[in-house]
Design a protein around this ligand. Structure first.
Ligand code: CTP
Length: 397
């Protein structure tokens, strides 16, 4: 499946760079065309001559040499995918913060193709909060991360931080290319994040949803070829370029935007934690303490999922979510039926590391034909792809 694919391989300064030679060889053997860009630090671990021989292409290290300028913009446009393997801690930090002090960074920052990274570092560096934050940042920009392996590290210690093996990277790319366009031609509507219901000009009632899960789902659809319309409640999470986003605040605004967008949608995934009640009469001026505790009258909001379930035509597919703390399956199945969804994704607040704010989630998906699929706890990006795979399976059944 890599036949004819153009792979731009970025190599950075890590001992795992010695494996890049084998990676290039495997890629070329699988039929890919490979060009290599490496940092000066990488050239300390493996010689450019080895890589140019194996890739059958010139290896680039500098923005300019001998008065010739390396066209970093065209390199990113040439490639079907840019793979940075190994990704050192230093280059990760530069990618996260947009630093452009070498050719590899210039290529990365101007790349219009998808980017995949395979980190490699010692366990303590891997576990450092700055490394984990930087990984989250580059993932939020839409970059793909191939997980590190656990095992013997250059320090002699055992733990997480080993770069994925070249065979695993090639397999990852093969699977990724296969599934890459499986939603092409589809228009997808996603609601995500919390809603805020105004009490007065400075106060609101909200909830703890971060929007991370919905944005991960929107990103997965985009990567797999769909046209994505995201309706996002108040959230500080970055949204990758290419996702059409309407920012809303209240449940009412989300309802109106979703109803309009649904007319064009083939698939709708309603991930937002929508307020069930809004304030009947929000104050137009700030409520003052001296007037005593306010009596706030609440009024029910419209249920977006239920409304779309009532409007849904035969070829539209509707996916709902349920966040439950008790009687989880029973409540989820009731929501699936009452709201006329095709699939319902249950996430439990009882599960450590799952739900609001976390980067991981553990889900079970129920479908209206009685099917149940249970998944292990995984990063939200992988959970997003599990949901997309289940949608495909359900529509093909
Ligand atoms: N939902 C919606 N509009 C609402 C409330 C919920 O679209 N006004 C959607 C959510 O996006 C989710 C599903 O309905 O896909 C279930 O939401 P949840 O909050 O778990 O359930 P509720 O129906 O609000 O019921 P309860 O709060 O009693 O559990």
């Amino acid at each position: 499946m890599l036949k004819g694919k153009k792979v731009l391989l970025g190599i950075t300064g890590s001992i795992a760079a010695y494996k890049s030679a084998y990676l290039v060889r495997l890629l070329v053997r699988a039929g890919a065309e490979v060009k290599v860009v490496m940092t000066d630090a990488a050239a300390g671990f493996i010689g450019p001559l080895t890589l140019s021989t194996l890739s059958r292409n010139e290896v680039l290290t500098r923005i300019s040499s001998d008065d010739t300028w390396a066209n970093h913009v065209m390199l990113g446009r040439w490639a079907d995918v840019m793979v940075v393997a190994p990704l050192s801690c230093n280059t990760l930090a530069k990618m996260a913060h947009g630093i452009c002090d070498n050719l590899l960074q210039a290529v990365y920052l101007s790349a219009t193709c998808p980017v995949v990274v395979a980190p490699a570092m010692d366990e303590d560096m891997w576990k450092h909060p700055s490394t984990q934050n930087n990984l989250q940042l580059i993932s939020s920009f839409g970059n793909n991360i191939i997980s590190v392996n656990e095992g013997e590290l250059a320090s002699g210690l055992f733990g997480p931080g080993r770069m994925a093996e070249p065979e695993e990277i090639v397999e990852w790319l093969t699977t990724w290319f296969e599934k890459k366009n499986d939603f092409s031609g589809k228009t997808v509507l996603i609601t995500a994040g919390p809603t805020y219901e105004k009490i007065d000009p400075v106060r609101f009632i909200g909830n703890r949803s971060s929007g991370k899960m919905g944005i991960a789902i929107a990103s997965a659809f985009l990567e797999r070829g769909a046209r994505v319309q995201l309706i996002l409640g108040p959230s500080s999470q970055p949204v990758p370029a290419g996702i059409r986003t309407i920012k809303v605040e209240s449940a009412r605004e989300m309802y109106e935007a979703a109803l309009t967008a649904f007319e064009e949608a083939d698939i709708a995934v309603l991930c937002a934690a929508v307020a069930d009640y809004s304030i009947a009469a929000p104050a137009s001026e700030k409520l003052k303490k001296e007037n005593g505790a306010p009596q706030i009258l609440l009024t029910p909001t419209r249920d977006i999922l239920k409304s779309l379930g009532e409007k849904k035509s035969g070829n539209q597919l509707l996916v709902g979510f349920a966040l439950e703390t008790h009687n989880e399956e029973q409540n989820a199945l009731k929501k699936l039926k009452d709201k006329r969804a095709d699939l319902l994704v249950l996430n439990s607040l009882q599960e450590e590391g799952a739900g609001f704010g976390y980067n991981t989630n553990k889900i079970t998906i129920f479908d209206r034909k009685g099917g149940v699929t249970r998944f292990e706890k995984r990063p939200k990006k992988e959970v997003a792809n599990d949901i997309l795979n289940t949608i495909l399976k359900f529509s093909d059944a």
